[in-house]
Design a protein around this ligand. Structure first.
Ligand SMILES: [Zn+2]
Length: 463
């Protein structure tokens, strides 16, 4: 399908809106900083992951293919501390949270990335990148066996954060005396082993140790996406120093531009305050599910605000999401029930789709995209249209939003009286009382439900 507008996004590097198109072929090569797997991810983390999900869906909506790489940080101070405190192997400790992360992504209808490299599977790649930087003279080994990147040796340092380091260095040098580092801004590429690391460590040309966090992303992104690629994203708190350091490491090693477009999403606050455990406003996704909210409702709140605007997460927003989704459900269900083939598409459907397309292509303007969705709901209800083409427009919008059809089947709850009949029938079947089983099947059918038997047991669908 022809789209009326090209996709434009805000590039943090140039601080302007720019067209987003693949550098080569039809595929956008795209890297996102993933979770540190030492705990369950919180909703602030999921704001970034849902933003990136909307981004990849809009690229697909525009006919582009996507190769997304998201790293899993499974070695760092926090994971090592957690594993050693629990007295388990690092890999066992992080596996729990890796599995939880993937389960959480499904709950929020986040499309999986194409590659999820784990840091501990790529230590040789990181060592060879550090070696290259040492050879080029932009990195140095300190007395304790750590290796640092010398920021003064990379002239472009600060270009992403738009900080002029040349005018700030004098003060920094004074403070650097107490460090092994030559300059306080220098950052670790390789960290020498310390007793608190316990059994965690790898051999390297500089002795036993482990990689720094920043080198992980440069090494793994270039391995899977090439030395220069299209797009890199993350939360705004990753911009400096993490992403600045990624650029320095990669560009100092290759002499090529690392990434063309950088995109960052703004912070999430809860009830107007920074999320923190001491304020009692710290929520993992699991906490919210336990309180009875669905992944669909949580996703709705996370993607409803524009990604570059701060998002205030409040329970009233979840209430609003529940009501809004009920409105969409009523409209779409009624339309699906009455839709017929051969009905011409009403003009308002194309108008809503055009408005939607313009909105998402304008730097992922999801508030406007939702406004186009609700225009479509209103016009559909008011006109009583029977056109299947309108249903197709809802589907097309939902290929980006991911909140209309997802999770709806699960929402069709089996009424208590039908569940009682089902339980009785399961008991009858277990007792091989086939006559009673058939009688109950008929009773369930009389209540409007069809029961099917399989190896997994009974399942029901509404007729
Ligand atoms: Zn990263």
């Amino acid at each position: 399908m022809e789209t009326p507008l090209k996709m434009k996004v805000y590039n943090s590097l140039t601080r302007g809106l720019e067209p987003l198109e693949p550098m080569e072929g039809g595929t956008i090569r795209f890297y996102t900083c993933g979770p540190t797997v030492y705990n369950y991810a919180h909703i602030g983390n999921f704001r970034a992951y849902t933003f990136e999900d909307i981004l990849r869906r809009v690229m697909q909506f525009n006919g582009m293919k996507v190769k997304q790489v998201m790293n899993l940080t499974d070695v760092d101070d926090k994971t090592i501390r957690g594993a050693n405190a629990a007295g388990v192997k690092l890999t066992d400790y992080t596996k729990t949270y890796k599995d939880a992360f993937f389960a959480d992504l499904k709950v929020l209808n986040i499309q999986p990335a194409e590659v999820y490299p784990a840091a501990t599977d790529h230590i040789p790649e990181m060592i060879s990148l550090v070696e290259k930087l040492v050879e080029k003279g932009v990195a140095y080994k300190s007395d304790d066996g750590s290796v640092y990147f010398a920021v003064t040796k990379f002239p472009g340092y600060g270009k992403l954060a738009h900080i002029d380091f040349d005018n700030q260095r004098t003060g920094a040098r004074c403070a650097a005396d107490e460090y092994d580092k030559e300059n306080v801004g220098d950052f670790a590429l390789w960290k020498a082993w310390e007793p608190s690391d316990g059994p965690v460590g790898w051999d390297s040309p500089w002795g036993r140790g482990r990689p720094g966090w920043h080198i992980e992303c440069s090494a793994m992104s270039m391995k899977y996406l090439g030395e220069s690629f299209d797009l890199h994203t993350g939360g705004i708190d990753n911009l400096f120093p993490h992403h600045e350091n990624e650029i320095a490491q990669a560009e100092a090693a290759t002499g090529k531009q690392f990434v063309r477009t950088w995109m960052h999403c703004a912070h999430l606050r809860v009830n107007g305050e920074k999320m923190s455990k001491s304020l009692g406003n710290f929520f993992t996704l699991r906490d919210l599910l336990e309180k009875g909210w669905t992944g669909r409702e949580i996703r709705y709140v996370l993607v409803n605000a524009h990604y570059r605007q701060g998002l205030n997460f409040a329970f009233s927003a979840l209430e609003d999401a529940r009501k809004a989704l009920e409105r969409v459900d009523r409209c779409v269900d009624a339309l699906a029930a009455r839709a017929k083939d051969g009905e011409p598409a009403p003009d308002f459907a194309q108008a809503a789709l055009d408005a939607f397309t313009a909105a998402v292509n304008d730097d992922l303007n999801t508030p406007k995209a939702f406004a186009a969705l609700f225009d479509l709901v209103r016009e559909t209800n008011a006109s009583g249209t029977c056109s299947k083409a309108v249903l197709d427009v809802f589907r097309r919008m939902d290929s980006v939003l991911g909140v209309i059809f997802f999770g709806k089947a699960a929402k069709t709850e089996v009424p208590a009286e039908v569940q009682t009949l089902l339980d009785a029938r399961a008991a009858a079947r277990a007792a091989k009382n086939w006559a009673e089983s058939d009688r109950l099947r008929d009773a369930i059918a009389a209540a409007g439900w069809t029961v099917k038997d399989s190896k997994e047991g009974q399942s029901v669908t509404k007729r």
